[in-house]
Design a protein around this ligand. Structure first.
Ligand SMILES: O=C(O)c1ccc(O)c(O)c1
Ligand SMILES: [Mg+2]
Length: 625
């Protein structure tokens, strides 16, 4: 089985794409006709370039709007396809395929389609070329692979076979298990792509939201397993249409693609030697916050107001530990760190995952071409992987206290906090990549896509969680020059951890402690509470209490309730949330997010200048009566 990718999956010039594809480790490629059009040299030069990169051409694709056409249209089309065959001869490509016809001229008579495809296959045979037939999910008459297979079978020509594409099969809900009953030698090509479950027509979903296997919601392993059970052993080709990948560096996308295929094939036991096994991680052992010494004082106050206790400080380093029940924050104010990475300070530097054993996880990460630091790589003395952006994911086998040389002491007064979730913010291609990494490295599961309004754009979010739910990470990305996520990416110089949410025993008390210590609490607009009264049946006294404490509220309609508060973003960078989940509420209060985002624009950290996008409208309105 050759590992292949279609050139439409990446950005760049055709040369850049081929170089990136070869460097990532692919040995085969499908040339998309639109990419061929952009090539400056001759077909023979392109062929030599591929040879020099060690790449073979799997196919030149696609042939559109052929089968089912009225005879005179089909005759002319056939003559032009001969020119495609000429090109294929010069390129040394032996396979092409017809996508099911989308033209309004097409007729749905299976006999005619079969006869015309047989005629095409006969022409191809004279040139030693094979032709596939793929059901496009938005084809005019043929949309499902079982239909395409009927036509191929009926045409009955050895140079005509089926092309299977997981996208079309899943979006149409075609039966997966029945793929195993196909005669594998009559399948000429298998294309793989994943996608999120979005309520959208297949064409729009296909052209904008495809992603590499493991980055979406579809069971690609089931699909591939059934395909292989048919006896198919031809190329497996990733075919992704997604402008976010095209906008990203081709080298990164190609590596991302290869990792995806490797994980998929490994699941089916088809990678030799097999990848080291994934091991589940259990909980967030700690989060690490980097700060300069002058900020450490106020951050320490803030952590204590949230309900964490200061346990102590590392004997030699400016590294303090704060703890409340299961929640731990390492406040790292080592001057060397600020000097070495000024853009990351202040900010969350990393997160520790509690694991049974770190070594197998590091080995799997390495096999997946991820950056690993067996000894922390300049951070805390713990094994770590590189997380999103420049963050670290530390792997913690023992106790954080022992690592920092601090007492374990179970303080009776300690409140029972937990890191409920923390958010990763990153660009969209990185988000797809991290969905796969969290899934494949730690067996995390994906939650549905959430799309939210930001005052200056839109916000796209996908949460991942550990199998038992001990770790939850919404991965957020945003389009728009001044969205909160974009501002974060700019300030930090890349992706990272934007906020940490603590589940606390009593969120009202947190609000009171913040106020008592003179610390800022995100101010919630009064209108929010008026609207809240229209959304839920709340007792007036409770509503007043929420407003008096600046809390946000949500309910799931099944008895679950959610209360939350936020801090403004510290120097426009990161922030904290305290929350209470009552009655099994499982979401994140998405309806409150636009309110929070708008409030964070309007309320910079005390002493900071806020964002001024539209000027002060109220001041400029004058007093015209
Ligand atoms: O979007 C398309 O047109 C298109 C083209 C070729 C394919 O193989 C495919 O799955 C979709
Ligand atoms: Mg396809």
């Amino acid at each position: 089985m050759e590992w292949s990718i279609a050139t439409c999956s990446l950005g760049g010039t055709l040369e850049e794409k081929l170089v990136a594809i070869a460097r990532a480790g692919f040995r085969a490629v499908e040339i998309f006709e639109d990419d061929l059009c952009t090539y400056r040299g001759t077909p023979r030069e392109l062929r030599r370039l591929a040879e020099s990169l060690g790449l073979s051409f799997v196919a030149l694709q696609p042939i559109r709007d052929y089968e089912g056409m009225p005879p005179e249209v089909q005759k002319r089309r056939l003559a032009r396809i001969e020119r495609t065959f000429d090109l294929m001869g010069e390129l040394g490509i032996a396979l092409t395929y017809v996508c099911s016809n989308t033209s309004p001229l097409a007729e749905g008579d299976p006999d005619r389609m079969a006869a015309q495809l047989r005629e095409l296959a006969e022409r191809a045979a004279q040139r030693g070329i094979r032709v596939g037939y793929e059901a496009l999910s938005w084809g005019r008459h043929v949309r499902d692979w079982p239909q395409a297979w009927e036509v191929v079978r009926w045409a009955d020509h050895p140079h005509l076979g089926l092309v299977l594409d997981s996208f079309h099969a899943f979006v149409r809900g075609n039966p997966v298990a029945e793929l195993a009953r196909l005669p594998g030698e009559r399948v000429f090509l298998v294309q793989l792509s994943d996608a999120p479950n979005l309520l959208m027509d297949p064409l729009a979903l296909s052209r904008h939201h495809r992603s590499f296997p493991g980055q979406g919601d579809w069971p690609l392993a089931d699909f591939l397993e059934a395909v292989l059970a048919s006896g198919y052993r031809g190329p497996l080709s990733l075919e992704i249409f997604n402008e976010w990948f095209r906008a990203a560096p081709p080298q990164e996308v190609a590596q991302n693609a290869l990792r995806s295929l490797k994980v998929l094939l490994d699941r089916l036991g088809r990678v030799v030697p097999p990848l080291p096994r994934a091991l589940p991680v259990e909980e967030v052992a700690f989060v690490e916050l980097l700060a300069e010494e002058e900020d450490a004082g106020i951050l320490s106050e803030l952590l204590q107001a949230l309900g964490l206790l200061r346990v102590g400080k590392h004997p030699a380093l400016e590294v303090g530990l704060y703890r409340g029940g299961g929640a731990r924050v390492v406040l790292n104010a080592e001057p060397e760190l600020s000097a070495a990475a000024p853009q990351e300070v202040p900010g969350f530097r990393g997160v520790g995952f509690r694991v049974q054993r770190a070594a197998p996880i590091l080995a799997r990460a390495q096999a997946l071409n991820l950056e690993v630091h067996p000894l922390g790589g300049g951070g805390l003395p713990l094994p770590a992987l590189r997380g999103p952006g420049r963050t670290r994911i530390y792997l913690v086998e023992g106790s954080v206290e022992a690592i920092l040389g601090l007492p374990e002491g179970q303080e009776a007064a300690e409140a029972h906090l937990r890191v409920d979730h923390f958010t990763n913010v990153m660009g969209r291609p990185e988000l797809y990549s991290w969905l796969l990494v969290y899934k494949s490295l730690f067996d995390f599961e994906l939650e549905p896509v959430v799309e939210i309004l930001d005052p200056y754009g839109a916000f796209y979010s996908r949460c991942v969680h550990s199998p038992k739910g001990g770790i939850r990470i919404p991965l957020n990305t945003a389009e728009g020059g001044e969205t909160l996520a974009t501002r974060f990416l700019r300030a930090m110089g890349g992706g990272g951890i934007q906020h940490v949410a603590f589940a606390v025993p009593n969120v009202f008390e947190v609000a009171e402690r913040l106020r008592a210590r003179g610390l800022p609490l995100l101010e919630v607009p009064r209108s929010y509470y008026r609207v809240l009264a229209t959304r839920f049946d709340l007792e007036p006294a409770f509503l007043e209490q929420l407003e008096a404490h600046g809390l946000l509220y949500d309910a799931d309609g099944r008895g679950g309730e959610f209360l939350q508060l936020y801090t403004p973003a510290f120097h426009g960078r990161f922030f904290f949330e305290a929350l209470e989940r009552r009655g099994g509420y499982e979401h994140f209060g998405a309806a409150n997010t636009p309110v929070r985002l708008a409030a964070q624009v309007g309320q910079p950290w005390p002493g900071e200048r806020g964002l001024q996008m539209v000027g002060n409208i109220v001041d400029n309105m004058g007093d015209g009566g």
